[in-house]
Write a protein that binds this ligand. Structure first.
Ligand code: NAP
Length: 293
């Protein structure tokens, strides 16, 4: 069994990005600039945004954090998005999800300029991804592809089972694993909460990508020997520790890892890869803006 070490690979990617940024600086060029909007005070969201901003600093990007109160109206947020769309200094930006209930998430995603949509959530970018065109691939699926590639995991002709069909992880992952190319060329089964006999499906899988957010959902008796397991789940489970919680993935790591050929840990697997690929998308956005201007 080999661990797919997202922490190690994400550090390599950050070093590669830092080297690119240093070259930009030597040439006297503008460095990439990522902005993040966060609405409200959700603890997990603030942690995620904080680590995205810190990662920008680490690779030499400029970053801007826009904090808005939880009472922000949809119009106020749309106006802020318009401001960032127009700001030529900003190469890419994200709006941290989830948003407070008074705000329509779809409207917000639609308002982001697709050329600055480094999360890859805008329908233009999602459509391009589905059509194998060059675009921003959503950071978590992009990170999973990169892990599979760097560990040379064979995906061609394999049966990949994706658990969860969210717009940000499961759905794009199912499209990407089924595309022509590598990683890809898999035969994909996309499962969700209405899937019947899921154990029958997972036990036939060569590769399982689990993104449902239920701790210890995937158990050893649900997988076959030598399976490749990618655990996307991040759930805060309350406990007696000082923090008051610990992070759990979707996979019973202790037992599934005994049968797996490759497996991602939680934490230290997909999570750090997601941030690294957001940085990669921002670098890509900068390069595109430079070649256009
Ligand atoms: P989400 O929007 O909550 O969707 C969960 C999906 O799982 C839904 O499609 C749901 O089916 C499906 N599901 C729920 N119970 C199921 C069951 N018993 N059997 C099969 N499918 C089931 O999920 P998400 O936003 O993709 O997040 C999933 C997990 O990944 C969460 O723990 C989240 O924190 C984590 N995450 C991690 C990263 C990272 O960087 N590592 C990034 C994003 C998300 P229905 O569609 O039928 O409801």
């Amino acid at each position: 069994m080999e661990i797919l070490d997202g922490k190690k690979v994400s550090n390599q990617i950050k070093e590669e990005i830092t080297a690119e940024v240093n070259k930009m600086k030597e040439r006297g060029e503008k460095v990439p600039h990522l902005a993040a909007i966060i609405v409200g005070n959700d603890g997990a969201s603030l942690t995620y945004v904080g680590s995205k901003v810190r990662s920008c600093e680490r690779v030499g990007f400029e970053s801007t954090l826009v904090r808005m109160p939880s009472t922000t109206s949809e119009m106020e947020l749309l106006n802020k998005i318009d401001e960032l769309n127009q700001d030529s200094d900003i190469d890419g930006f994200i709006v941290q999800l989830p948003l407070p209930e008074q705000i329509d998430t779809q409207k917000v995603i639609m308002a982001i300029d697709p050329d600055k949509d480094v999360d890859g959530f805008h329908p233009t970018n999602f459509g391009k991804m589905a059509l194998d065109m060059s675009t921003f691939i959503p950071a978590t699926p992009f990170g999973i592809l990169e892990l599979l590639e760097r560990y040379k995991v064979d995906t061609k002709g394999k049966h990949t089972v994706v658990i969860g069909r969210s717009h940000i992880v499961g759905r794009p992952m199912s499209i990407l694993m089924g595309r022509k190319g590598w990683p890809g060329n898999s035969t994909v089964t996309l499962t969700h909460s209405h899937t019947k006999n899921i154990t029958q499906i997972t036990s036939q899988a060569d590769i399982i990508i689990s993104a449902l957010g239920v701790p210890n959902f995937l158990k050893a008796e649900m997988v076959k020997d030598d399976v490749v397991v990618i655990d996307v789940g991040i759930t805060r489970v309350p406990d007696d520790s000082e923090k008051g919680y610990h992070i759990a993935g979707d996979v019973d790591f202790k037992n599934v890892s005994k049968k797996a050929s490759y497996i991602t840990p939680v934490p230290g697997g997909v999570g750090p890869m997601t941030i690294a690929m957001l940085l990669k998308n921002t670098l890509l956005a900068r390069e595109r803006h430079r070649s256009r201007n």
